[in-house]
Design a protein around this ligand. Structure first.
Ligand SMILES: CC(C)(COP(=O)(O)OP(=O)(O)OC[C@H]1O[C@@H](n2cnc3c(N)ncnc32)[C@H](O)[C@@H]1O)[C@@H](O)C(=O)NCCC(=O)NCCS
Ligand SMILES: Nc1ncnc2c1ncn2[C@@H]1O[C@H](COP(=O)(O)OP(=O)(O)OP(=O)(O)O)[C@@H](O)[C@H]1O
Length: 209
């Protein structure tokens, strides 16, 4: 079984790209969804989060705004939160991989925002980076309306710069153009996954020499 890493900064288009891959029948491990499940009402991470940030959990329900504010304004809190979350995500990922291996999957996708930052790229055969110009990125996250401009900057500051991610990518999917263009790039990627030839990977690459 081969592992395709899918990553990119906040709002760069990971979920959109992951959905296209899923539609093609590829199994996708979604790290953000795993985090959401851990933080859902009575989720496995809540007792520890309640101890880390007092007032963030009431009757087994997380107050996300309180946690977001605390984590994004204090690096010590964010590190503590990551210390709670990341080992649990790693365990869920291992269960996902074991199941996919047992089911005989050829390629699976790991959709992980912090793929490089957490060293998860080391278990990937190829890495796809989704990327768009910084101004478009900020505009997209702002439009979602969940974060203030300062909170967006705090998240971006904790992530690897886009230019570094692009250098480390095997394949870059540009999402700053039309949705149609993104679909076209994903189609080339799917062809490379199926075909496996150097020429197919070169065609999917999207990296300028
Ligand atoms: C900080 C929290 C409370 C903010 O919640 P919020 O609902 O505002 O955002 P959401 O969870 O949808 O995250 C949006 C995006 O922010 C980025 N992001 C989230 N956490 C982090 C982090 N610790 N470092 C860098 N980027 C992060 C990711 O790109 C993610 O896709 C939440 O993201 C969280 O609990 N983060 C810690 C867990 C973690 O490291 N997640 C990253 C994926 S493994
Ligand atoms: N060509 C495109 N390709 C992908 N996404 C696009 C494109 N044009 C616009 N978008 C929009 O960009 C937004 C961000 O995309 P998406 O939610 O997939 O990002 P993400 O990387 O998963 O973000 P996050 O890390 O914050 O969860 C979405 O609202 C999506 O509709």
């Amino acid at each position: 079984m081969r592992v395709l890493g899918l990553t990119g900064g906040i709002g760069m288009g990971k979920s959109t790209t992951a959905a296209l891959l899923k539609r093609a029948g590829i199994r996708v491990f979604d790290a953000d969804a795993t985090v959401a499940a851990l933080q859902a009402p009575h989720g496995a991470a809540l007792p520890a989060i309640g101890r880390l940030v007092s007032g963030s959990v009431h009757d087994g329900v997380l107050d996300r705004a309180v946690l977001r504010q605390a984590a994004l304004s204090d690096p010590v809190v964010m590190r503590g939160l990551e210390g709670i979350i990341h080992p649990l995500v790693r365990r869920a990922r291992q269960r996902f991989l074991a199941r996919a291996r047992r089911d005989g999957c050829r390629w699976i996708v790991l959709d992980v925002p912090l793929l490089f930052e957490t060293g998860t790229d080391r278990i990937c055969d190829r890495v796809v980076v989704v990327s768009a110009p910084a101004a478009i990125q900020r505009q997209r996250v702002l439009r979602r309306g969940r974060m203030t401009p300062a909170q967006i900057d705090a998240v971006i500051a904790r992530q690897m710069p886009d230019a570094v991610r692009r250098r480390r990518a095997d394949v870059i999917i540009e999402t700053g153009l039309s949705r149609h263009e993104t679909v076209r790039q994903v189609r080339r990627l799917l062809y490379a996954l199926r075909e496996g030839s150097p020429a197919a990977w070169a065609a999917a690459g999207g990296k300028r020499a």
